[in-house]
Ligand binder design. Sequence first.
Ligand code: TXA
Ligand code: MG
Length: 326
Amino acid sequence: MKDRFTTKIDTSIASAVDYLTQDEVVAIPTETVYGLAANALSEKAVLKIFEAKNRPHFNPLIVHIKDWKEAEKYSSFIHPYIQQLALAFCPGPLTFLVPKKDCIPDLVTAGSPYVALRVPNHNLSLSLLQAVSFPLAAPSANPFGYVSPVSAAHVWQGLDGKIPYILDGGDCTIGLESTIIGVEEDALVVYRVGGISIEAIETCIGTKVVLKTHQDQAPHTAGQLKSHYATHTPLIMGNPLDLYTDYANKKIGIIAFHNTYAELAVAKVWTLSPSKDLSEAATHLFRTLRKADTYDLDIIIAEHFPDQDLGRAINDRLHRAQALFK
Ligand code: TXA
Ligand code: MG
């Protein structure tokens, strides 16, 4: 697509409201990643999201609402598990897949009878949602397939000229996309691991969840394509001490949890949390993947993180990043 706009970056909510009410798209900050927002009730506006991102139309969009109380406007049925989790975690990095009402265009859900609803936990976005009379459809504000943006500058790098406005809300505090859940046959199902851990969900509802995170085309998970979040530089997961010797003559970068690998003669090591805090590591992950891409490396070696709490979401994103190169 040819560039249509001189993209502005600013903190004015009024400007964002102006663009959105004219059916334009605006990048907005959330606690997880930046979103590319448009009026969810306007097909014309939603089409522009797909265009700017170069995103396939079969990949549905999350609808952002200002308050969980709004959910009943857009959904015909809220299961008790969903209600319980919404009360515990809204606003926050949890997205609920629920049966949709007719007011949500099919374009938003890619023809599915379910809509994904989320209340973002970010002051600017909540103020914006309160200032407009419609909910906001928003995927992550990156060109399709690349690492999600966690700052206004990241959005600009990917979408300059493609959108009129970026609402600058600073760095995202969670740094990973929301967890996506739904209910199938009275079981709580997790479709994407993300900013709310499985442990926290299970504690809240008092029962185990079912994981369905790696199906490319299951009915409820149209968009969970494997080759997502990819760096341009090939990325491989494993133990850097083993893999290092396989890439002896290459320019290597390592993404590590808490180790510094000072003993290895590599171009660069990024240690995501010296104090072994998985939430801190998650916050730094996407920023680090983007930085690693600017180092002209031959290969990025990423450690496996502990498979617990936000470590699961980190491993999921790294797996998807390496899928392209397998
Ligand atoms: O944290 C987040 O969730 C961010 C911020 C901006 O809210 N959004 C985000 O959007 O990550 P996106 O489009 O990059 O990922 C949304 C995922 C996609 O995999 C999509 O397929 C799935 O949610 N999804 C959305 N609506 C759906 C629906 N009706 N049925 C099944 N999957 C859906
Ligand atoms: Mg995305």
